[in-house]
Design a protein around this ligand. Structure first.
Ligand code: PLP
Length: 520
């Protein structure tokens, strides 16, 4: 112990006893616990409860309706006064923990949600205790993020000059990637003059994705001042992937019309049906026209970890920018996305340039060449990279890849189950981890009383089946529209799901479908 400490603290205690001169230990203004033993005991108990929650993740309903009283409790006003920790924890236990979405449960199949791990939860606690701000400066958390960037580069076969960072999610990653693409075309005038300026370089900029491309791509176009209409929908092949010939034709049409095509957003794993675009072919087309290729690999990028599926991402190593999520198929706790950009110098030029108060020094805490704040729009940033680092260190990339393999195998067997079942119908191609289907009893033509259900009746029936699955907490697929048809979408992005969970869901759909069939 530092010999100064005792004396110094004595001095401090003396000063603090004078109320006009500062707060006494644990007094007004100091926010640490007054009773450390009590805090420690209660915190330990919470850790135990949370570990139990993971251990018993398959128990109970996937989701529960939130009682009125709970909703009311969660609307009370700003607490001005302190409350015992125990009371706050009790409210957490009673009003919050039982009513989470359910994506840690093995029968959660909705949207694209990661299912989390105890490892990741522990990392979040550690990160919270470090309270690191990774906007920049010289400290180990910055080195940890750099290490994660190196791992991502290695995994996707990007060159050493590529730069990247952990961001909130693929939506933000796509904004950063496309902002860099925009700068490349406007040669930076977008940043100084603004796109609206006649010489800002923003006139007629257009980009491309399929109609199944994620909503966040359109949002990025609008946020970047390009306008959502500047994102041209490219026709898809039967499997839901981008048609490279149609892309080429669309670019030529726009060039002929005097527009300025600048970027193509390819998708590796579409939300509707898990389609993976032919990245090699799309790269050829973008090269031919000098366009930026951004890859949205939000969940599909995780295929790279799966030995028998990694080849599906062939060509990803040639992307100009790659956006993906650690919080989906890597199961790192929310939130953690990633943006990787091949041309690091261009990336820095897009976001770099620091104010006087952010000047670096040669050494000490203010050291550092490129800070994460030079690579994106955020200055203060949490230590999101830590839970990524910790999860990969503890579980290893191979285990995550195995979970991806298992999910794809499960999707194939679920699709087979649906195909073989006369009362069920597949609504979309299912070759990755997503199965869209509906309850659709076929009419026995020998039965003179049998009448086929209309599309509206089928939609209503399936909506009710899905709602019952949700209300009863049996399973949580999400709703999907395919053309005029309403169906159930099962996204296998869950390392806790077993074959039994899928059978249980299918049985429940059949039973509910039959019992909810309109009579007559
Ligand atoms: C989830 C998802 C996104 C958006 O990612 P966020 O992490 O939610 O911001 C984009 N594209 C695809 C294909 C997705 O699945």
């Amino acid at each position: 112990m530092d010999p100064m400490t005792d004396e110094a603290s004595q001095d401090q205690a003396e000063t603090q006893s004078d109320e006009s001169d500062g707060a006494p230990e644990g007094g007004p203004g100091r926010l640490d616990p007054t009773d450390w033993t009590d805090f420690r005991n209660q915190a330990h108990q919470v850790v135990d409860e949370l570990i139990n929650r993971f251990q018993e993740a398959d128990q109970g309903p996937v989701w529960r309706p939130i009682p009125d009283q709970v909703q009311e409790n969660l609307q009370s006003g700003l607490p001005r006064d302190a409350q015992p920790l125990e009371d706050v924890l009790d409210e957490v236990r009673e009003d919050i923990l039982p009513y989470t979405l359910g994506n840690t449960h093995p029968r959660f199949f909705g949207w694209v949600h990661g299912s989390g791990t105890p490892t990741g939860a522990l990392a979040e606690f550690l990160a919270g205790a470090m309270n690191a701000n990774t906007g920049g400066r010289h400290h180990a958390p910055i080195l940890v993020e750099e290490q994660v960037v190196g791992w991502v580069r290695e995994l996707f076969g990007f060159p050493d000059e590529a730069t990247g960072m952990v961001v909130s999610g693929t939506s933000m990653a796509t904004i950063v990637g496309l902002a860099t693409a925009r700068r490349r075309t406007t040669r930076g005038r977008d940043r100084t003059l603004g796109l609206a300026h006649p010489e800002g370089g923003g006139q007629g900029l257009v980009g491309y994705a399929t109609a199944d491309g994620h909503q966040s791509i359109k949002d990025a176009f609008s946020l970047l001042g390009l306008g959502a209409d500047a994102l041209r929908p490219v026709a898809m092949l039967e499997d839901g992937s981008m048609d490279p010939e149609a892309l080429d034709a669309a670019i030529r049409r726009d060039l002929d019309a005097g527009l300025t095509p600048f970027a193509v957003v390819a998708t590796a794993g579409s939300v509707t049906c898990g389609a993976v675009d032919d990245l090699t072919r799309i790269r050829e087309v973008t090269r031919q026209h000098g366009l930026w290729m951004h890859v949205d690999g939000a969940f599909g990028a995780a295929l790279k970890l799966a030995p028998t599926l990694a080849h599906r991402l062939e060509g990803i190593q040639e992307a100009d920018s790659l956006a993906f999520d650690f919080h989906k198929w890597f199961h790192v706790p929310y939130e953690a996305g990633f943006i990787l950009i091949r041309d690091g110098a261009l990336h820095r030029a897009t976001f770099g340039g620091r104010a006087d108060y952010l000047t670096s020094l040669d050494e000490g805490p203010a050291a550092g060449d490129t800070w994460p704040c030079d690579l994106g729009p955020e200055l203060s940033r949490g230590f999101r990279a830590f839970k990524v680092w910790f999860t990969l260190q503890h579980l290893g990339a191979n285990a995550i890849g195995q979970a991806v393999e298992t999910n794809c195998r499960q999707a194939r067997s679920l699709a087979r189950l649906v195909r073989d079942e006369a009362e069920l119908e597949l609504l979309a191609p299912a070759d990755l981890n997503i199965v869209c289907f509906r309850f659709h009893p076929r009419v026995d033509s020998d039965d003179p009383l049998a009448t086929p259900l209309s599309q509206d009746e089928l939609n209503e029936l399936n909506r009710e089946v899905l709602l019952e699955l949700h209300r009863r907490g049996i399973a949580v697929p999400s709703p999907i529209r395919r053309g005029d048809a309403f169906g159930l979408r099962v996204c296998l992005c869950n390392h806790r799901t077993t074959g039994k969970d899928l059978e249980l869901m299918v049985d429940a759909v059949l039973e509910l479908g039959r019992s909810l069939m309109p009579v007559g």
